[in-house]
Design a binder for this molecule. Structure first.
Ligand SMILES: *Cc1c(COP(=O)(O)O)cnc(C)c1O
Length: 484
């Protein structure tokens, strides 16, 4: 089968140090002692520690290899759908590490942080321009935190009209964080089915939208990788009943510089800077989920806000309708520097990022269409979603396919999400991958599909090349081993 590039890929084989070495081997030579030796009293010191006898190179190789076990986009293609694991150019890391940014203390008074505040203000303007909204807050620390901020703004808006509402419409394709954010804000989620094309049906929305519904949360492009082509109509239906439209913009990587989201009827939109705007993510580190709003909602944005007057930047709390503070200080600043650097270095080419991301996803969709079942066979945006329906008769599942990818040194895509596609394989190549690497990925998946026909047991047993073999995933969830 297709040979993985590099020496390890995901194949993590490394014996314990105790299983290596040989008695008498040494890591360094010490000069012979010129004083007589003395016996140690074993009653006092006990048995000596049982260290293996190793050479310096054994130790260096062991630890260097272990250090490469962290899989990341810098080691290989990372095609997790919905997560946008794209390459983050190193120059953006370098700018964020400049001492003036990295060492700035958040308690510095505005007079001593004019540069940071200027960057903050300019980044807000850039994101406003990319999305088509007049105002932006950089405070939220994650996409889901942006959603919560958005729901708080929904609530503040309806409260300001004297009529708080109780429900929010959530399409069945939504990321799980959407109903969770609505619930955290006290709203009841009303699920809405998507139609046979995988997008929202305005008639379904009209049937459930009422004057007790605060609005709708729409992910566009949605998690099937499809553009919600009735978004304008959906927004009109919601607005006509006095509701608001929340846009989950985590998938902005498909539409940057192409779609003016503000013009599609969305009132509040969050972005995931750690997905689209160059911050390494996936390890649980800090993120950033700025919220962009229409003019009528600007007064509700979190405080403090950065205010510019005659080239001087200050922090203002003077926004009486604000929902308040939602993050310590002003957001995760290091991530904002990366996004600023990313946008400044690409300029108008941001549009090309989206075009390549969409091209790559469609290339994969077309290449694998005959191999895996494609539930929604239409042009996709940044990702495409297959499932295991063609392999069902062979008793081979999406999980088997994903595990076999690991044996081939390839990181699996997102699986079993979105929930509307049973057995989903959700692939997002991003713009970063070149044709050769995408072809290798496609060939590997095709070889696995062929193997499923010839030798399905090989897939049921996968992964076999890894240190840790097939895990009992239910047990892992029910009885987590928290001690390592
Ligand atoms: C990633 C994602 C989120 C959540 O973002 P976090 O930063 O992980 O909280 C929300 N919606 C969609 C569609 C996403 O892909």
């Amino acid at each position: 089968m297709n040979e993985p590039i590099g020496t390890t890929g995901l194949i993590l084989n490394e014996p314990l140090l105790w299983e290596k070495g040989s008695p008498g081997r040494m890591g360094m030579s010490i000069p012979a002692s010129d004083v007589p030796g003395a016996e140690m009293d074993s009653a006092l010191v006990g048995e000596g520690p049982d260290f293996p006898d190793l050479g310096e190179l054994d130790v260096v190789r062991h630890y260097t290899r272990l250090s490469t076990w962290n899989f990341g986009v810098d080691t290989g293609m990372y095609p997790l759908g919905s997560c946008t694991m794209k390459y983050n150019p190193k120059t953006n890391e370098r700018q964020a590490a400049l001492p003036g940014f990295a060492n700035a203390h958040p308690l510095l008074p505005p007079e001593l942080s004019q540069g940071a505040l200027k960057l903050y203000c300019e980044l807000q303007q850039y994101l406003a321009e990319v999305t088509g909204f007049p105002a932006v807050s950089l405070q939220p620390a994650a996409g889901s935190h942006g959603e919560l901020t958005g729901m708080m703004i929904f609530h503040a808006y309806h409260q300001s009209l004297g009529k708080p509402r109780t429900k929010v419409l959530i399409p069945d394709t939504a990321h799980g964080t959407n109903p969770a954010s609505a619930a955290l804000c006290g709203y009841k989620s009303i699920p809405v089915k998507s139609n046979a094309d995988g997008v929202l049906d305005p008639a379904e929305i009209a049937a459930v939208m009422d004057e007790d519904t605060a609005g709708i949360m729409v992910t566009n492009p949605n998690t099937l990788g499809l553009f919600e082509d009735h978004i304008g109509e959906v927004a009109d239906i919601v607005h006509n009943k006095g509701g608001l439209v929340y846009g989950d913009g985590a998938n902005m990587n498909a539409i940057m510089g192409i779609v003016n989201v503000g013009c599609t009827g969305v009132d509040v939109l969050h972005l995931n800077l750690h997905k689209t705007f160059s911050t390494p993510h996936g390890g649980g580190g800090p993120g950033s989920g700025p919220v962009c709003v229409s003019e009528q909602l600007e007064k509700f944005l979190p405080v403090p806000r950065v205010v510019e007057q005659d080239g001087q930047y200050t922090l203002s709390h003077d926004f009486p309708d604000s929902i308040g503070k939602i993050h310590a200080f002003y957001g995760n600043f290091g991530i904002l520097v990366r996004a600023y650097s990313y946008i400044r270095s690409l300029g108008a080419d941001l549009k090309k990022v989206s075009q390549y991301a969409v091209l790559n996803a469609n290339y994969i969709k077309e290449s694998l269409k005959g191999t895996f079942y494609l539930p929604y066979d239409r042009p996709c945006m940044h990702e495409c979603v297959f499932n295991d329906a063609k392999q069902e008769a062979l008793k081979v599942s999406t999980l088997d396919i994903a595990k076999r990818l690991i044996d081939n040194g390839v990181h699996p895509p997102t699986i079993y999400f979105p929930l509307v596609v049973p057995g989903a394989l959700m692939i997002e190549p991003t713009e970063s991958e070149c044709k050769e690497d995408i072809d290798r990925f496609v060939d590997t998946l095709k070889a696995i599909a062929a193997e499923a026909e010839e030798n399905p047991d090989a897939l049921h047993a996968a992964p076999v090349n890894t240190k840790v073999k097939r895990l009992d995933e239910t047990l892992a969830a029910r009885k987590p081993c928290l001690r390592g």
